[in-house]
Write a protein that binds this ligand. Structure first.
Ligand SMILES: C[S@@+](CC[C@H](N)C(=O)[O-])C[C@H]1O[C@@H](n2cnc3c(N)ncnc32)[C@H](O)[C@@H]1O
Length: 372
C-alpha cells in the first residue's frame, strides 16, 4: 500500500494558479496605467463611484455570500435570524482549503477496536471517502446510489439539478474514473488501497439498517454531500441517536439556504442542540481534479475549470454587469467577503461544525435507557 502523507492530503493548486493569474492581470493593468495615465483616472473615478454607491446601498445582509441569490426576506424571522448569525459567525472561521479534509486531518487517531463511525454521504466516484481516510488514517464508510440524485435539487431560486444527475454512467463520471484510476467492482468504486467501504443504494434504504447493525456506535465525522434538503434532513434524523458531543458535521453545500442549511436549522431547533461553527471553505468535489494522475491532464482540467467557473459558472456574477447578483456582490458584500470570493476559482459553500451539547437528544436517550 502507498504511504500517505496526511499533512498534504488537502491541495489547493487550482486556486493558487488562479491567484497567480489574478496577480498577472493586476500587473498588466498597472503597466497599462503607467503608460496611459488616463486609465488610472478612469479607474479611480469608477472606484470612487463604487465606494459611494456602497454607502447608499440598502441590500446588505439580505444575500448569502458566494451565491448572492435568494433574498432571505422570503423566510420567516427565526430562520432569517439563524442565517444572519451563521454568516456573522462563519466570517470568523474562513479557511483556505476544504473543511472536510481540515476536519479529517484533525481527528485524533483511534485504536483498532474503536467503534467510532466516519460517514461520507454522497461520494460520486469515491474520492471524498478515500481522502477522508488518507487524512486521518481511519476507516470510512461511503454511501451513494451511484445512479445519481434521488430527487430534484432546487439550488435556491437559481437552478434545478435533476434527479439522476451524478450517475456513474454519465460521461463526466466515466472520464474522471478513467483519469483518476478508479475502476468499478460489482457496481462499487474500488477502494484503491484505502480503508474505505462503499454502501450502494439510497440513504433512505441503507442508512438505518447500517446503523441498526452498530447500536451505540458514535458518529465522529458526518460528511453531508447528498445535496438536497430532503436527503440531508432524512440523514440527520436517521443518525440522530449516534451523534455525540464532539461529533463533527461537515456540510458541502451549506450556503444554499433552501438545502442543507435549512435542514440543519430545522434539525438543531427540533432537538435544541448546542453546536459551534468551525470552518468555512471550499467544496470537496474539486479534489477530484487533484486526483487526476497525469500532470498535463491536471493542467488542462485547471484551465477548463478556471475558465468555466468565471465565464459560465457561479463566478460570472462578479463581472456580468446586467445581473442582480453583480450588484448585490459589489455593493453589498463586505470587503473581506469580496477578497475571499475572488481569491478562489470555485465554490466556498462548505462549512463544518461541532456538536457541543445534545439537547433533547440526550434527554430522549436517557429516557429510552430508563424505559428499556
Ligand atoms: C455532489 S455528488 C458527491 C460528490 C463527492 N462527495 C465528491 O467529492 O466527489 C452527490 C452524490 O450524492 C448521491 N446522492 C444524492 N442523494 C442520495 C441519496 N439519498 N442516497 C444515496 N446517494 C445519494 C448522488 O448519487 C451523487 O453521487
Amino acid at each position: 500500500m502507498d504511504v500517505i502523507d496526511t499533512q498534504t492530503v488537502d491541495r489547493t493548486t487550482l486556486h493558487r494558479i488562479w491567484k497567480t493569474l489574478l496577480a498577472g492581470i493586476a500587473l498588466v493593468v498597472a503597466v497599462a496605467c503607467y503608460y496611459v495615465p488616463v486609465l488610472l483616472v478612469v479607474m479611480g473615478l469608477l472606484l470612487l463611484l463604487l465606494l459611494s454607491a456602497r454607502l447608499l446601498y440598502r441590500g446588505r445582509d439580505r444575500y448569502i455570500p458566494n451565491l448572492y441569490a435568494r433574498d432571505i426576506r422570503v423566510y420567516d424571522d427565526a430562520y432569517r435570524a439563524f442565517i444572519a448569525r451563521t454568516v456573522a459567525d462563519l466570517r470568523r472561521f474562513k479557511i483556505r482549503g476544504h473543511p472536510l479534509l481540515w476536519e479529517a486531518s484533525r481527528l485524533a487517531p483511534c485504536s483498532q477496536d474503536s467503534d467510532e463511525l466516519l460517514l461520507d454521504l454522497g461520494v460520486w466516484i469515491g474520492w471524498s471517502t478515500r481522502l477522508i481516510s488518507d487524512a486521518c488514517e481511519r476507516p470510512v464508510y461511503g454511501f451513494d446510489t451511484f445512479s445519481g440524485l434521488v430527487e430534484d435539487w432546487h439550488v435556491d431560486d437559481q437552478i434545478v439539478i435533476k434527479r439522476g444527475t451524478f450517475a456513474l454512467s454519465e460521461p463526466l463520471a466515466q472520464r474522471f474514473m478513467r483519469d483518476t484510476g478508479v475502476s468499478l467492482h460489482d457496481g462499487l468504486p474500488a477502494a484503491l488501497g484505502r480503508q474505505v467501504q462503499f454502501i450502494k443504494g439510497s440513504t433512505y434504504d441503507t442508512l438505518a439498517p447500517f446503523l441498526a447493525d452498530r447500536p451505540g456506535a458514535p458518529i465522529r465525522l458526518f460528511h453531508m454531500d447528498l445535496d438536497t434538503y430532503e436527503s440531508c434532513l432524512h440523514a440527520l434524523e436517521t443518525c440522530k441517536d449516534h451523534f455525540i458531543e464532539g461529533s463533527i458535521l461537515v456540510f458541502d453545500e451549506y450556503l444554499v439556504t433552501n438545502g442543507e442549511m435549512l435542514a440543519f436549522y430545522e434539525f438543531q431547533s427540533k432537538y435544541q442542540l448546542e453546536w459551534r461553527y468551525r470552518a468555512w471553505g471550499l467544496e470537496i468535489w474539486e479534489m477530484n481534479i487533484e486526483m487526476v494522475a497525469a500532470r498535463w491532464k491536471r493542467i488542462v482540467y485547471y484551465v477548463i475549470l478556471i475558465t468555466a467557473y468565471w465565464l459560465v459558472g457561479d463566478g460570472r456574477y462578479a463581472w456580468t454587469i446586467f445581473s442582480r447578483r453583480f450588484w448585490r456582490f459589489w455593493l453589498g458584500a463586505p470587503i473581506g467577503d469580496i477578497l475571499f470570493m475572488l481569491g478562489a476559482a470555485g465554490q466556498r459553500k462548505s462549512v463544518s461544525l461541532e456538536i457541543t451539547g445534545l439537547g433533547l437528544l440526550d434527554w430522549t436517550r436517557r429516557s429510552d435507557r430508563d424505559n428499556g
